[in-house]
Design a binder for this molecule. Sequence first.
Ligand SMILES: [Zn+2]
Ligand SMILES: [Zn+2]
Length: 464
Amino acid sequence: MNERQTKLVNNADRHRQLVFDAERWLWRHPQTGYTEWEAHDYLLERFRALGYEPVLAGKIPGFGDIPGFYADVCTGKEGPVLAVFGELDALDIANHPESVNGMTHCCGHHAQAAALLGIAAALKEPDALDGLCGTIRLIAVPAEEMIQLGFREELRRKGIIKYFGGKTEFMRRGILDDADLALMVHGTAAGDGEPFDFSCGYGSNGCMAKNIRFKGRSAHAGGSPHLGINAQYAAMLGLQAVNDLRETFPDQDTIRFHPIMMGVTSAVNIIPDEMKIESYVRGKTLEAIRRENTKVNRAMAGAALALGAGVELTDRPGYAPEHHDPQFMKLVESCCVDLAGEDRVRFDYGHWGTGSSDFGDVTCVMPGVQFNAAGASGTFHGIDFDPADPERLCMNSIKAQLFVIDALLSDGGSAAKQIISAYRPEYPSIEAYLDAIDQLILDKDAVTYDKDGNPSIDFQNITE
Ligand SMILES: [Zn+2]
Ligand SMILES: [Zn+2]
């Protein structure tokens, strides 16, 4: 650690109590995507107390009201714009012992939000921006977890959002229009005997979001089942068909299909006339996701036909595959090593994860790195998840991000400029990216019958 970095560490440590209080408060107030108003209000109040004037994502003219905001830290000198994210959303997981209204932060996003506040506070210290150029955009962003797909589709139909992912929606709202680079830290659990504080892989799967609705006919389940069409059986058959297709998914595409049935809407003595399924199709490329998704839709149509049922298919853009810029990764890695030492940092430039994040969407249009800070224990998205060590989960995250901000934007922003000029975006602009994912949208009543019972099948997404 050099003298400057020691100062940055001290700047962060001065706000330890603010960060730890926020971590505890946010942990106790979990809300799921696009409903995180409590976290929004809590953070907004504290950002304002620090002297920031945040721009509210929900108050941008022409767009619906959603939680989340951003605040710019201007160095007063021309230079790159660095977007730094903290996520707000929790998950439905009623069996977690600390769940509140059936939700917890079992992905640790509350720690990210607390860290974002800590960064905001540290950047207000008198010497914080010494020698820096450009702008640091601190972004409190909703809805990273791609869940409650029915609810998000409802928001979409009401015109409140267009995209299910918060970062994608923020891109649509112009919040990243002038951003040049993107940075994020997600919590992680170092496994037994693994001493690392920081880790990072090269990238991770993208995904498509699916609502599937099987339509049958209700009837008395005991007295006259022959008058009914069992939508639950049709759904089960559809899922079985996809399970039988799994061996046709090429290994290198790292496809994941993990449906959940959303439950019946009638009683045990009624043949269920409706069964909704939510799922993703994840994969390494959008092309692979698209290809294998067509098979999934065909399986659903085939299952509906077998039972004489119908099925509505609703496909929505999920997230793009996430690719970390290797040169940017190198810079982040050296910052982490400066802070924690080489033996506590594990960057793997070949590692591919099979989860997905809307940070992937951001990396399609600008160089970005999402790395991990250890400090959680238990299972992510599991009932034993515990943000056990906020010192590592939050304070380490803040310090490492301050180091990265400093490394990118000092010296006239030369490191940032080098990364930006070497970066080849997958899409030439945010607009081009959003146009491309709009092609994934599909709304089909996939199986219909004429008066003689002859079916018409239509499940393909054919775009010119
Ligand atoms: Zn998660
Ligand atoms: Zn997460």
